[in-house]
Design a protein around this ligand. Sequence first.
Ligand code: C2O
Ligand code: CU
Ligand code: CU
Length: 504
Amino acid sequence: MASPPHRLRRILLGACALVVTLITAISAGVAWTWVSADVSTVGTTTFDQPLKIPPLADSTVDAEGTRTFSLDMRAGTTEFEPGRATETWGFNGSYLGPTLRAARGERVRVQVRNQLPEPSTVHWHGMHLPAAMDGGPHQMVDPGATWTPEWTVAQPASTLWYHPHPHGATEDHVRRGLAGMFLIDDAASTELPLPNTYGVDDIPVIVQDMRLRGNRFDGSHAIFRDIGFLGDRTMVNGTLTPYHQVGDELVRLRLLNGSTARIYTFAFDDARPFAMIGSDGGLLERPATVDRIQLSPGERAEVVVRVRPGERTVLRSEKLEAGLNFWGNRFAGGDDTFDVLELRAAAVLRPSPALPETLVPLSIPEGSESVVQRRFELTLAGINGVRMDMSRIDTTVTRGTTETWEVHNIDGMPHNFHIHDVQFRVLAYDGAPPPPELTGAKDTIFLPPNTAATLALRFDGPADPNTPYMYHCHLLWHEDAGMMGQFTVVEPGQQAATPPRHGH
Ligand code: C2O
Ligand code: CU
Ligand code: CU
């Protein structure tokens, strides 16, 4: 039997060994988490599935000229890979929804039927419309119920979209498949010589990331991902490994970041320049030549790319360059790269007219007419330090006025900022005049840590003191966690009413 000093030494040695083992295990775990935290599909994507083009939604026009669409929210199954059925949600189908299309000045009505097992809403992202028609968290539609908003389209040609907005469950509902495009046309854009044949030279490109575990969607958040859900593959219009055959020299892509948290930096595999012609709220004043475009969740960009006969070119998403630190970039998915969509040009291409030098005059406010300045500070803990409360109105604005909003990301992680009902002008971005791609109408803006944007916005819709609109981070898990506030548009001198806690 060992004498007491020997026993002590043995205990100490054992304890040391245990500590060393623990440290090794923890560092291996951290290293593994680090190494496995970036994904890339560049160079390994097979591009063997033809790109699905969401169908244009049917509609009927009644005697008064109102155009009526129907959207049924349903649960179903989708085969992203042949022979593997995944449970998904969709509008009028099993995944995503049809493209709604209407002209400026038209009266539209949408019959939204909820056939899901839980309450949801449908919000028209980017649309200028009365608050009661907005489809935010106060316009919940119960299972089995129908909600029929209607409004008059009163904004320029643009690429908008629709998706659910139930408070606390938006990330889940969008990730399961509930999203679609809403295109607006107007005379000014139709007269321009731009590619505009839907699905042929004018292509909806809804980009989402996903992860499959067996047959199921895996929506879990990995360790350290305080950005929310990040998938390990991308799809376009619900198509994994998509290719699209093109027959025209110029192809217009309507890019929508329909992901819940991922930020994309779109570029072509040969770094070819392309023209950006539109942002969230419509066409720019003139095309901007760029070789990459960054889109955070909810943002859109319309781009026109030239292809050569017989070639194949790949739209990619490159690493994020947003000034995040090493660790922050990795866990925000910023080191990830994706092959997104292959364009296959026909051997003989139809000639396309050259892009016009100028597009449309902008109708967003200049900022000089602003009567109120406000400041918004973003952190994951809330906007201006408070979490969303459906029964609290955070901001009351007066109909017919312009305001300047300064939005600061004072957090260590990326956020963005989306405002319902309006399209704003970016007066300054990160302390400088906005770059060309931020000069048009916007409703969502990306804000890396320690950046700020100054926005000019005009509230010219109808006042409704009883119904608020939302502003929020469009990283949907952040929104669900309470990075959202409410604003109400009132007539001069009027007070906003306190909304009921529940939106039913
Ligand atoms: Cu795209 Cu408040 O939403
Ligand atoms: Cu919105
Ligand atoms: Cu955020």
